[in-house]
Design a protein around this ligand. Structure first.
Ligand code: A2P
Length: 268
C-alpha cells in the first residue's frame, strides 16, 4: 500500500506544474479568489476545470477547480470557498503573492457548448463558487455567436458573496474587446436567499414561480429555444435537474448533446 501511495503521488506530481500566485482577493470570511501564472502549454475550453493544490508533507493535495479566467487570458484565476477544517482550503486560503501552487497540465469538464443542442437562449445557473466556470464562459466571444442571449444567474446566501458583481456589471461592459457583446447579449441576474436584496430567493423557486422570466423579460423555458448549464451545490443541482426533467429537458453528454449540462461546484 505504501508503494502504491508513493507511486500514485509521483504520478499526480508528474501531471502538475508549479505556478506563482500573482494576486489574492478575499471576498468574505468564507470566499476568496486568486490569480496565478499559467504554463504556456496549458490549454482549456472555457467552462472547464483542472486540478489545483499544494504540496503538503511532501505529497500533492489537489482538488478540482474551474477556471474563472478565459482561455485567451495570460494568467489563471480560481474562486474558492474557505473551509476551516478542509484539507486543502484551510491551507489555500492563506496563499500569499509569490507562493507556489500546483496546477494540473490537463483540463476537462461538461460545461461546454458542444454538449448542447443548438438553441437561442443560454442560461448559466450558478450558486456559490459554481459561478467560476461561467466567468470564463461569459468572457468567451464565441459563445455570443452561438446564442442570441446569455443569462447568468448567481444565487448566494448573502450579498457579499456575489463575487465579481461589479466586474460583471461595470468592467466587462466597458471591455474594449467584448464590451459590446456583453452590453447587447448578456443578462446578469444575481439573487440572495438570506438577507434583503432586489432579487430574492432560490433559483428553483424563481423559475417555478415565474419571477425569473418576469424580471428578465424572457419567456419561460422551452425545449425548442432554451439551453442551460448548471453549476453549484449538490442540492441545487438535484432540484433543478428534477425541474428540468419534468419539463422534458434532457441532459447532454459528450456522445449525445442535450438541452442542459451539469457540473458540481467544488465543495470540500
Ligand atoms: P438557501 O440559503 O435557501 O439554502 P450553500 O451556501 O449552502 O452552498 O448555498 C448557496 C446558495 O444555494 C444559497 O443561496 C442556497 O439557498 C441555495 N440553495 C441551496 N440548496 C438549494 C436548492 N436545493 N435549490 C436551489 N437553491 C439552493
Amino acid at each position: 500500500d505504501r508503494l502504491f501511495a508513493a507511486t500514485y503521488d509521483r504520478f499526480i506530481m508528474s501531471n502538475l506544474t508549479p505556478q506563482t500566485v500573482l494576486s489574492i482577493r478575499h471576498w468574505t470570511d468564507t470566499l476568496f479568489s486568486f490569480t496565478c501564472t499559467r504554463d504556456p502549454s496549458f490549454r482549456f475550453d472555457n467552462g472547464q476545470f483542472t486540478l489545483v493544490g499544494l504540496e503538503v508533507n511532501n505529497k500533492p493535495l489537489v482538488r478540482a477547480y474551474s477556471m474563472a479566467s478565459a482561455n485567451y487570458e495570460e494568467n489563471l484565476e480560481f474562486l474558492s470557498i474557505k473551509v476551516q477544517d478542509g484539507p486543502l482550503t484551510s491551507r489555500l486560503q492563506h496563499l500569499k503573492i509569490g507562493d507556489s501552487v500546483y496546477i494540473s497540465k490537463k483540463s476537462t469538464g461538461t460545461l461546454v457548448t458542444h454538449h448542447l443542442l443548438p438553441g437561442s437562449t443560454l442560461w448559466l445557473l450558478s450558486t456559490g463558487t459554481g459561478l467560476a466556470p461561467f466567468m470564463s464562459i461569459i468572457k468567451d466571444p464565441e459563445i455570443y455567436s452561438h446564442y442570441e442571449r446569455i443569462v447568468l444567474t448567481h444565487t448566494c446566501r448573502f450579498i457579499d458573496e456575489l463575487a465579481y458583481k461589479e466586474y460583471i456589471t461595470q468592467s466587462l461592459p466597458q471591455n474594449e474587446h467584448i464590451g459590446e457583446l456583453i452590453r447587447d447579449q448578456l443578462i446578469y441576474y444575481p439573487t440572495v436567499t438570506r438577507e434583503p436584496f432586489r432579487n430574492r430567493g432560490r433559483i428553483t423557486d424563481l423559475i417555478q414561480g415565474g419571477k425569473l422570466f418576469e424580471d428578465t423579460d424572457l419567456p419561460p423555458f422551452s425545449v425548442e429555444r432554451d439551453r442551460l448549464m448548471l453549476c453549484g451545490s449538490p442540492h441545487m443541482l438535484k432540484d433543478t435537474r428534477a425541474l428540468l426533467k419534468a419539463m422534458g429537458f434532457n441532459e447532454g453528454t459528450h456522445s449525445q448533446p442535450g438541452h442542459y449540462v451539469v457540473e458540481r461546484a467544488f465543495v470540500d
